[in-house]
Design a protein around this ligand. Structure first.
Ligand code: ADP
Length: 226
């Protein structure tokens, strides 16, 4: 049986985090914990958190650290994630969140942090053509739409353009990524947790690179007697 994993995936908007995280969660048989998906579902159910998050998300702003980390802390203390692990997508986005996550995942810590590298001109193109299922979050594009009439192939939900995938909001989200999230690459590098992965090419090729990096790390840890 394959071992679980305690994995964080970083990368700009449109780098393919969502697609890769779904694949990785199937491969390692661990939950895909996406803060974006969790927040969108809070908005949909009009919970108190959703009501506070809604307009910030529409404008491409970040949700305050303590609100997000309370939600993440609760999710990562459920039995499925404390048991086999998780693929964490969309968090941390700030150094404060990284510090808080560090405390949440003790005593085991993270196994590895993947950074999916994709040039900005390519992510802009991907985001402009991205379409998502409102119910299950499956990703499509104008070049690769669902089989039938913008109805999700997976769950039958409606496939639409995300409210925050407009040009202006995309620009704000990418700027915030550079300001707030990119510094985390050095933060994780200093802790010897970072693996930089080329995120261009087919989804299969990217998944092979990520799984290869995790397997190499595991072999190394076994060799070290860990
Ligand atoms: P993207 O990374 O493509 O912008 P996500 O689906 O990961 O999309 O997140 C959508 C929005 O949810 C973000 O723009 C932000 O408003 C909010 N959000 C998600 N995760 C976090 C987080 N860790 N901290 C603060 N805000 C977050």
């Amino acid at each position: 049986m394959i071992s679980g994993v305690r994995l964080v995936v970083l990368g700009k908007q449109g780098a393919g985090k969502g697609t890769q995280c779904v694949r990785l969660s199937h491969h390692y048989v661990v939950p895909h914990v996406s803060t974006g998906d969790m927040l969108r579902s809070e908005v949909k159910s009009r919970s108190p958190l959703g009501q506070r998050a809604h307009s910030l998300m529409e404008q491409g702003e970040l949700i305050p650290d303590e609100m997000v980390m309370e939600m993440v802390g609760a999710r990562l203390s459920e039995r499925d994630t404390t048991g086999r692990g998780f693929v964490l997508d969309g968090c941390p986005r700030t150094t404060v969140q990284a510090e808080s996550l560090d405390a949440i995942v003790q005593p085991f810590g993270l196994d590895i942090v993947i950074n999916l590298q994709v040039p900005t001109n390519l992510v802009m193109k991907r985001l402009a053509s991205r379409r998502v299922c409102v119910d299950c979050g499956a990703n499509y594009s104008t070049a690769a739409p669902p089989l039938v009439n913008w109805t999700c192939d997976v769950c039958g939900g409606e496939v639409v353009q995300r409210d925050d995938d407009t040009e202006e909001v995309i620009e704000r989200r990418l700027n915030l990524y550079e300001e707030e999230t990119a510094p985390l690459l050095d933060w994780y590098k200093a802790r010897d947790l970072l693996a930089e992965i080329n995120g261009t090419g087919s989804p299969d090729a990217v998944t092979r690179r990520v799984v290869g990096a995790i397997d190499t790390l595991r072999r190394k840890m076994k060799g070290d007697g860990a």
